[in-house]
Design a protein around this ligand. Structure first.
Ligand SMILES: [Zn+2]
Ligand SMILES: [Zn+2]
Length: 343
């Protein structure tokens, strides 16, 4: 079978590997679709903690075989698989926050993931409920979006968005678009998306006419103009640049919630901020990373029940053989989400 493996910095290869057999408690999944994310690009550019490793943590497919002792699942079941698993016994895991476990392991990060014809779901993930059955109407591509969408949902829950709130998302990539869509769903009065990349703004606008795009020209003035001089009630940074965090405070309204969704590159995490803005404007600042299994399942429901249409987010799919081109498409920032569809 084929697998897209990272051997080191900028060393990605499509290789033939042996089809794995599920051991006790494990599930073997035949790949359906797997999407590329910014994390994959970071690993490609900087290398990974474990190499070689098969990338791919946004996944869905069909159960091919069950290891001894696996219950609740059956062969042929269409499933989505949450990639993160905790130790299962620490306080964080027990409270439902496996994503905060100190011993976190993840498919496609430090365990072989889903850019492959088949992949193994480890026993810990199976017993924690990472494998979720799909409804008939949801495609593998849509199901694979549940992973990044639930990272966004984690952030969304901390925004405490009320109907009528004005929301500014900084960054018009696939993640930014997902933030915008969730806030629209929550009844935000104005959903503004800011980016310097006009072609990405255009894709967001095509996805939903009601989104207000704010381009590179005098964005601060534009946000104040759009909000009657108040600024935005919710500001989300969905871009990995220190300037976006500074900009967020410049356009935040009184009592605003500012969420740092995108982390910053190593060496750039020291950012100079006017903290008096937080003080005098009574701003709540928070951040989120990854997602809980509850949030992952919630997002699968949103997609499956047609509450959130995610089809416009995937702009290109390719076979595994074209992995190099696929990752370069993402590096170039072309379209929104690129993914693999397995035969
Ligand atoms: Zn991801
Ligand atoms: Zn744990």
């Amino acid at each position: 079978m084929k697998a897209v493996r990272l051997f080191g910095k900028e060393d990605l290869r499509v290789v033939e590997v042996e089809k794995p057999k599920p051991a006790a408690g494990e599930i073997l999944v035949r790949g359906g679709a797997a999407l590329i994310c910014g994390t994959d690009v970071r690993m490609y550019k900087n290398g990974a903690s474990v190499v070689p490793v098969t990338l791919g943590h946004e996944l869905a497919g069909t159960i091919e075989a069950l290891g001894p002792g696996v219950t609740h699942y059956r062969e042929g079941m269409r499933v989505a698989v949450a990639p993160n698993m905790g130790c299962g016994v620490c306080d964080e895991c027990v409270s439902g926050h496996t994503e905060l476990c100190a011993e976190l392991r993840a498919l496609g990060i430090n365990l072989d993931g889903g850019f492959a014809d088949y992949f193994i779901v480890p026993a810990a993930a199976v017993s924690q409920g990472n494998v979720v059955e799909l409804g008939e109407q949801i495609s593998f591509q849509e199901a694979a979006i549940a992973e990044p969408l639930s990272c966004v949902y984690n952030s969304f829950e901390r925004c405490h968005t009320q109907p009528g709130d004005s929301v500014l998302v900084i960054g018009a990539g696939p993640i930014g678009l997902m933030h915008a869509k969730l806030h629209k769903l929550a009844g935000a009065g104005r959903v503004m998306i800011h980016d310097i990349n006009e072609s990405r703004l255009a894709i967001c606008k095509r996805d939903d006419e009601s989104f207000i795009t704010v381009g590179p020209d005098q964005p601060k003035e534009r946000v104040y103009e759009l909000t009657g001089g108040r600024g935005a009630d919710v500001v989300i940074t969905a871009a990995s640049a220190p300037a976006t965090q500074q900009f967020a405070f410049q356009v935040a309204a009184l009592n605003a919630r500012v969420i740092f969704f995108g982390g910053l590159p190593k060496g750039k995490e020291q950012v100079s901020l006017d903290t008096n803005v937080i003080h005098y404007k009574m701003i709540t600042v928070t951040g989120t990373s990854r997602q809980s299994l509850r949030q992952y399942r919630q997002c699968l429901k949103l997609i499956d029940q047609g509450v959130l249409d995610v089809r416009g987010i995937i702009t290109r799919t390719m076979p595994l053989e074209q992995a190099q081109e696929a990752i370069e498409t993402v590096v170039r920032g072309e379209g929104l989400k690129t993914g693999f569809v397995m035969a």
